[in-house]
Design a protein around this ligand. Structure first.
Ligand code: RIB
Length: 296
């Protein structure tokens, strides 16, 4: 069983700041680094480092060659990747002294995908494969609809929060943080997570919903039952890609036939490790490191 990820590939421009700039405020960065990122790329790398077979679908410009190289080095199948003219996607990321971030993404090549391309890639799918997508490419709806026709398991991380209506009823597994979950449930973000999860469960009764809560851990609703996963305590350096690491590890666990409780535990451990390191893709631990972490 493989994971086919229609995912963004971004060049992350990461600015170290004392605090996240407020509206109207100009601040000086204390450092700047260029990293590999994109929710899609991060999730592919996390799933591959967790041991899953991953095919990454998406597009890069000439400036994104290092993104493809990193996927390859991590064992991700990049044979379907498109090479287009123009810039790759990029993200402007502020990371403050407490490791919290603020991210603006610019689509670039991630927004050049077509419905034909979606069909070509999904023709490579085998029964039982998972299709993963986030909201950083321009083919979310075609992927949802084509995956349904092919009977594939659809896993959706609706980030950034979609501003257009989407056929959410086609999603088998939602992977959401509190902001995304509240938006999906059409509730104010300050509702308690259990209420948000209940509402999502009622709205999408056949879907599994994984709600990540940062340092409060994660909740999961599946088949009418709830699982609670506590967060592992670490020194937060950079929260970028923590959710992506959770998503990749969680889905890799499912693809490997692990039970839900173990998938959540391993995902929480991997995510905590990512938070304790700087960067996006580069902060994602390998499976052996996660197993070692869990022994302690
Ligand atoms: O989730 C983190 C990612 O969001 C970053 O790598 C950035 O590229 C944006 O896609």
């Amino acid at each position: 069983m493989k994971i086919i990820n229609f995912g963004s590939l971004n060049i992350d421009k990461v600015y170290a700041v004392d605090h996240i700039a407020a509206p109207g405020e100009t601040i000086s960065a204390t450092g700047l680094t260029l990293n590999a990122g994109g929710k899609g790329l991060n999730q592919s790398i996390a799933a591959a480092r967790a041991g899953a077979q991953v095919l990454h679908a998406g597009a890069i410009g000439p400036d994104g060659a290092f993104l493809e190289q990193l996927l390859k080095e991590n064992g991700v199948d990049t044979s379907s990747l498109l090479h287009v003219e123009g810039e790759s996607g990029h993200a402007i990321i502020q990371v403050d002294a407490a490791g919290q971030n603020s991210i603006v993404v610019s689509g670039g090549a991630n927004h050049t995908l077509t419905e034909d391309y979606v069909r070509q890639v999904l023709d490579l799918a085998q029964p039982g494969d998972m299709v993963l997508l986030q909201n950083e490419t321009n083919v979310v709806e075609p992927v949802l609809r084509t995956a349904l026709v092919k009977g594939l398991t659809v896993c959706f991380n609706p980030s950034p929060v979609p501003t257009q209506p989407l056929p959410y009823n086609l999603v088998d597994i939602f992977l959401v943080n509190e902001t995304e979950a509240a938006a999906l449930a059409e509730l104010p973000a300050d509702n308690d997570p259990e209420t948000i999860l209940d509402n999502l469960g009622w709205a999408y009764p056949r879907s599994t919903i994984v709600l990540t809560l940062g340092e409060k851990g994660a909740l999961c609703r599946s088949n009418g039952g709830n699982n609670v996963q506590k967060a592992f305590s670490v020194n937060a350096v950079d929260t970028t890609a923590a959710g992506d690491t959770f998503t990749g590890y969680f889905l890799a666990g499912l693809a490997q036939g692990k039970d839900l409780t173990l998938c959540l535990k391993e995902a929480a451990a991997a995510s905590a490790m990512a938070v304790s390191r700087p960067g996006a893709a580069l902060s994602i631990p390998a499976r052996a490191e996660v197993e070692e972490f869990l022994k302690k």
